[in-house]
Design a protein around this ligand. Structure first.
Ligand code: CAA
Ligand code: FAD
Length: 379
């Protein structure tokens, strides 16, 4: 076994860390407060090649591996979890299914635009009545000549409104249950496609989350992704990798909180000595660091499995489950280390704590991760 990152992965980490500190962190608190998405940050990620990390150069990517991808999401999330999920949803939820299931034409057009960062991606599975039970969706896609007519509403779409390319799931055969679901590539500006309500959220506030409305939206048949009826498998297999992106986001949030808490514990004095000199505080830091290291190992392992072409669905569900819970524990303790100051917006730890919560909820709640892992263990 080799636990060492290779030279390329180390270089990528350094590049993303520098970018995160110079271009992302300075406005993170302000963007959170103002619930403001900054397309300029995504454009800079594109210039650095981050928007196409794992895809071949022929499709506009930089041909790196999935470990490099999770390192990038981790380093971004270490300073701004919203920026981390912008990239994670773009790469693993919008671009991956085109890379995996798209035909050559779709890869050359849509994947290329996503990989180069000319276009931003999003993934629309959830509906008002269909969250954990993703197969019970109601949105329909009726064949009409050389097109499909989409009708229905999606909710909670990350990058909603600001994205250019959406992977949308809809029923082409409503009587066939999850075997009647198909996947479509929908572009911003198509007739009958609009963005609805933007959610006001607890955390990841500079990542827009919106409703999507399809009102007789005409999607050319060339935009069907994969085969008719293959949509649920496309959705589920996409989430296999996406969940590991969220694990990486959780690792980054937790690491950012630990960085802040350990610095503060060394500086803040009470009873004539730094609070870090109390075992009650240093044990917290030790538990946080151990949680983070375990989360990171699970996350890198799942990414490595994907890069090696091995099965990684169970590993990803485990990494998301563990890292999401660990991020919640870590960020809550980080606020505790800061005492009253941690409860204010003068320090970033309250933001980390608010941001951590989502990692236990989206891309399948942590109850659903247990269901996925349990089914794999017992099938
Ligand atoms: N890969 C390929 N196929 C899969 C699969 C996978 N990982 N998981 C299931 N399938 C297939 C099954 O093999 C089965 O096919 P067959 O009938 O041919 O065998 C079919 O899909 C149905 O599977 P299940 O019976 O397991 O389906 P289910 O209805 O019981 O649901 C579930 C399973 C795991 C609970 C699923 O509904 C699920 O993952 N729910 C959570 C939804 C979710 O994660 N949403 C995330 C939205 S995106 C998001 O949140 C983005 C963001 O934050 C940024
Ligand atoms: P529900 O499914 O109603 O669950 C409610 C509670 O019941 C949860 O605690 C759940 O764990 C529990 N529960 C449900 N079923 C079971 C069961 N069988 N066993 C045990 N417990 C169960 N979706 C997208 O498609 N694209 C996106 O880009 C996207 N981004 C998101 C961004 C944000 C900020 C948020 C909040 C959500 C996003 N989602 C997105 C949706 C997200 O994936 C869902 O919120 C999530 O899957 C849970 O669905 P739900 O909210 O309907 O909760």
């Amino acid at each position: 076994m080799d636990f060492q990152l290779n030279e390329e992965q180390e270089m990528l980490r350094k590049m993303v860390r520098d970018f995160a500190l110079n271009d992302v962190e300075p406005t993170a608190a302000e963007r959170d407060e103002e619930e403001r998405f900054d397309r300029g940050i995504f454009d800079k990620m594109a210039e650095l090649g981050l928007t196409g990390i794992p895809w071949p150069e022929a499709y506009g990517g930089i041909g790196a591996d999935f470990v490099s991808y999770v390192i990038a999401v981790e380093e971004l999330s270490r300073v701004c979890a919203s920026t981390g999920v912008t990239l994670s949803a773009h790469l693993s939820l919008a671009s991956w299914p085109i890379y995996k299931y798209g035909n050559e034409e779709q890869k050359k057009t849509f994947l290329y635009r996503l990989a180069t960062g000319e276009a931003l991606g999003a993934y629309a599975l959830s509906e008002p009545g269909s969250g954990s039970d993703a197969g019970s969706m109601k949105t329909v896609a009726q064949k009409d000549g050389d097109a499909y007519i989409l009708n229905g509403n999606k909710v909670w779409t990350t990058n909603g409104g600001v994205a250019d390319i959406y992977i949308v799931f809809a029923l082409t055969d409503p009587d066939a249950g999850n075997k009647g679901i198909s996947a479509f590539i929908v572009e911003k500006g198509m007739d009958g496609f609009t963005t609805g309500k933007k959610e006001k959220k607890l955390g990841i506030r500079s990542s827009p989350t919106t409703e999507l409305i399809f009102d007789n939206c005409r999607v050319p048949k060339e935009n069907l992704l994969g085969e008719e009826g293959q949509g649920f498998k496309i959705a589920m297999s996409t989430l296999d990798g996406g969940r590991n992106g969220i694990a990486a986001q959780a690792v980054g949030i937790a690491q950012g909180a630990l960085d802040a808490a350990s610095d503060y514990a060394k500086e803040r004095e009470q009873f004539g000595k730094p609070i870090a000199a109390n075992q009650g505080i240093s044990f917290k830091l030790a538990d946080m660091a151990t949680d983070i290291e375990a989360s990171r190992l699970l996350t890198y392992q799942a990414a490595w499995l994907e890069s090696e072409g091995k099965s990684y669905g169970k590993a990803s569900a485990m990494s998301k489950l563990f890292a999401g819970d660990a991020a919640m524990r870590t960020t809550t303790e980080a606020v505790q280390v800061f005492g009253g100051y941690g409860y204010t917006k003068d320090y970033p730890v309250e933001r980390y704590m608010r941001d951590a919560k989502i990692t236990q909820i989206y891309e399948g709640t942590n109850e659903i991760q247990r269901l996925v892992i349990g089914r794999m263990l017992t099938k």
